[in-house]
Structure formats: structure tokens, C-alpha cells
Design a protein around this ligand. Structure first.
Ligand code: GLU
Length: 420
């Protein structure tokens, strides 16, 4: 029991859960699940002004959506102030720390070094000569960040600290505090930085920088987990798609890279599209009906599924199958030139004669017309698409026309021709 792995995710709840934090949470969760360990959630809420209940709830909400369930917690760091105080008092009474103008500083040895054996970065050496006696408590008695983290990791029996590389410089201080408390440090693993596709450090300026945004845009949690897992880790050079069970089985910290990883939403989109296509139509329909708040979407979903990469794309792509919409002026300008209105008149005639009004017959009629007028397929199909959808992008044209039905298709073509 005592040798079991215990990891923690320790966010500071200052707003939404960002991509980097989500990856840290996922990696911790994978370590716990893969090794029969415990995933502890600790909310580092000592900044009382920014750690509002809403901000805490945002983090929990994002973790729940990602389906990264924690086994213990959420523990509140601020609620542990008494324990932090005790540790500070003990360090002072044992001569390992001392008061300085009301604040308390840890005594750092003048010589030697602290070596962190990082699971990802290998041995990282910090010379003590470069670390001054640092403050562990302010003059009002409140603990500093490194003290709180070290004491919490100790009390919570954390065996492995997996966190962002930006915390590497804190690590020797936390190890020194633990040593002064007579405790062995946990194992550390510092994850590579995340960059945006522009090569700059990932920040709020980048497109979808938070889990909340990803959810709103209609990504699937399983696709996001798969994509986040690959931001720094890989099983081999080829494999891109992993079910969550496969991730749990295969993930290990020794395959995490030191080089910065790039968050590229285009790649996530592509991956999400694959996940969407693998859903049963009924499941995808249920998700979309819930999201959009209307029913009866199944037929439209069935023909749009192939072309969607996110849930958000469904309505712009396929909403015309459920209601008429305004013509997009730019699409109009692009499509309705060089004889397009005449071809649309011909397409109307052809479609008016189709019986039964089903996909193969519709396809035969429109392809026949392409032959007859000696046009490129798109020169006939795009005006029809514009007329029925209002835009130049839609699911397959024959399927779409079939689903709309003859009367509605002809009515929309007439309305379009009336504008010419
Ligand atoms: N609270 C810190 C953060 O949100 C993490 C501290 C840690 O993982 O040690 O960046």
C-alpha cells in the first residue's frame, strides 16, 4: 500500500483551465491509472482574491468534462494554513529557518548542490551558492508558495510530482524545504513547454487556449485527451490514434520529450473529425440535438457527419436542411456568373422531371445535364448548392437535394432565380 503511486494535479484557480494545465492533469491521471495509483486534486487557492468559488468551479468543471476523475480531494491549500504554520514553527525551533525582519527564511547550505533526478530531464543540478536563504513565511505569518507546496506534497504522500517545466526552478527550493523537514523528496517530472503554431509560448492570445473553449467549439473529450496526450509524448513514430484505454496502458513518463510541443488546433480539428465520424449516428444526433436545442436532426446528421470536424460546424454546414436561410453574398458573387443562372434554370427543369425523387435519380438527372450542356460538374452543382443552402459548402449535393424533397428544392431554386 505505501509503495503505491500517488500523484496530484495542483491548479491555481485563476480562471479557465488552459491547455497546458489540462495536459498536466491528463498526464498525472494517466500515471495514476496506468500504475494503479491515486490521483489527488489539490486546489492551490492561497491567492484569495483570484481564487473565487467560480474559478474553482471552472477547473472542476473542465476536469469533469475531460473525464479526468480524481480519487481524492479537491483539497484546498488555503484550508491547510495551520499545517503550514506548524511546519514553519518547527523549522524555526530546530534552527533550520530563522526570522529576518519579521519574515522567516530557510537556511540554505553555502556549499554543495541539490540534484533533482527528473524523470524527463535527467539529472538537474542546482548549486547552493546560487540560492540565497529564501523567505518561507511573510511577516504576517502567511506561508510562501514553495513552503505550502512542499508541506502539502509531504502530507499528502505524493510520490511523483508531474508538472510544467516552468516549475523546475522552484524544485530545488521545495527539495531543500523537505530535507529540512527530514523528508525525502518525491520523484519529479517536468513537462515540456507548449508553444502555439506560431512558435511562441502558448498563451491566451492563441485561438482555443482553454478547455472551456474547446468544449464550446464542439470537440469531443476523447479526441481532446488523445490530442493532449501527444503534446510531448509518443508511443512510437507512427501511432496517432489511441483510445483512452490504450493511453492508460502505454503512457509512460520516460517517453516524454524535453523539446517544446506545439499545440496546433488544425491538427486537433482533424483528429476530432475522425472521432466524430466514428460515432454512431444516433449518438452524434443526440449530442447535436442537446447542443442546438432542437429535435429531428437525424437525417441531416446522417449526411453531414462525413464533413464535420467539430460539433460547432454542424449548423453552418447543414442547418439549411432544416430551415431556409439568407443567401451568402460572397458565395453568390462567386457562383452566379458566366452562365450560371441559365444552368440553374436547366437544373430546375431536370429536377422537376425526376421521379421518384431519390438520390440515384437526382444524381442521374444532374449528371445528365452536365453532359448535355458540356459543363464541368461544379458549374451545374454549385448553383444548385447555392440555391438550396445559401452558401457554397454543404454535404453531398444529391443527398442534400433528396433530403429537402422536390417541392422545397424547386421552391428554393425559384427564389434564387427571382434574384437574378
Ligand atoms: N499551482 C501551480 C500552478 O498552477 C502548480 C504547482 C505544482 O504543480 O507544483 O501552476
Amino acid at each position: 500500500m505505501s509503495s503505491a503511486v500517488r500523484v496530484r494535479f495542483a491548479p491555481s484557480p485563476t480562471g479557465a483551465l488552459h491547455i497546458g494545465g489540462a495536459r498536466t492533469a491528463l498526464y498525472n491521471w494517466l500515471v495514476a491509472r496506468g500504475r494503479g495509483g491515486t490521483f489527488v486534486l489539490r486546489i492551490e487557492d492561497t491567492d484569495r482574491e483570484r481564487s473565487t468559488p467560480e474559478n474553482v468551479e471552472q477547473i472542476l468543471d473542465a476536469l469533469r468534462w475531460l473525464e479526468l476523475h480524481w480519487d481524492e480531494g479537491p483539497h484546498s491549500q488555503s484550508a491547510r494554513a495551520g499545517r503550514h504554520r506548524e511546519a514553519i514553527d518547527r523549522l524555526v525551533s530546530e534552527g533550520r529557518a530563522y526570522e529576518d525582519e519579521g519574515a522567516v527564511r530557510l537556511r540554505v547550505p553555502d556549499e554543495g548542490s541539490t540534484v533533482v533526478d527528473d524523470a524527463i530531464r535527467g539529472e538537474v543540478r542546482f548549486e547552493h551558492a546560487a540560492i540565497a536563504d529564501f523567505v518561507i513565511a511573510r511577516s504576517d505569518g502567511s506561508p510562501l508558495y514553495n513552503l505550502a507546496v512542499a508541506v502539502d506534497d509531504l502530507d499528502m504522500g505524493i510520490t511523483d510530482v508531474v508538472r510544467g517545466e516552468d516549475h523546475l526552478s522552484n524544485t530545488p527550493r521545495q527539495v531543500l524545504i523537505l530535507a529540512a523537514l527530514g523528508a525525502a523528496p518525491p520523484r519529479y517530472a517536468h513537462l515540456p513547454l507548449l508553444h502555439g503554431s506560431d512558435g511562441k509560448k502558448l498563451s491566451k492570445r492563441h485561438e482555443a487556449a482553454s478547455v472551456q473553449e474547446l468544449r464550446d467549439r464542439g470537440y469531443l473529450p476523447a479526441a481532446v485527451r488523445n490530442y493532449l496526450a501527444l503534446l510531448g509524448w509518443g508511443f512510437d513514430a507512427e501511432t496517432t490514434f489511441f483510445t483512452t484505454e490504450e493511453l492508460v496502458e502505454r503512457f509512460s513518463l520516460d517517453r516524454v520529450s524535453r523539446a517544446p510541443a506545439v499545440f496546433d488546433e488544425k491538427k486537433l480539428r482533424w483528429m476530432n473529425g475522425r472521432y466524430l465520424r466514428e460515432l454512431a449516428v444516433e449518438d452524434l444526433t443526440r449530442m447535436l440535438e442537446e447542443r442546438i436545442g432542437r429535435r429531428g436532426l437525424a437525417p441531416a446528421v446522417a449526411i453531414a457527419q462525413e464533413k464535420m470536424q467539430t460539433l460547432e460546424e454542424f449548423w453552418p454546414l447543414a442547418g439549411f436542411l432544416l430551415e431556409r436561410r439568407e443567401l451568402d453574398e460572397r458565395a453568390w458573387a462567386k457562383v452566379m456568373r458566366d452562365g450560371a443562372p441559365e444552368r440553374l434554370v436547366r437544373a430546375r427543369e431536370a429536377l422537376a422531371g425526376v421521379k421518384p425523387f431519390a438520390e440515384p435519380e437526382i444524381e442521374a438527372a444532374l449528371r445528365g445535364l452536365v453532359e448535355e450542356v458540356g459543363a464541368k460538374p461544379g458549374e451545374v452543382f454549385q448553383p444548385v448548392r447555392l440555391a438550396i443552402s445559401g452558401t457554397s459548402i454543404s454535404p453531398g449535393i444529391f443527398e442534400s437535394v433528396a433530403l429537402l424533397g422536390q417541392e422545397e428544392t424547386l421552391a428554393r431554386i425559384d427564389a434564387t432565380l427571382a434574384r437574378v
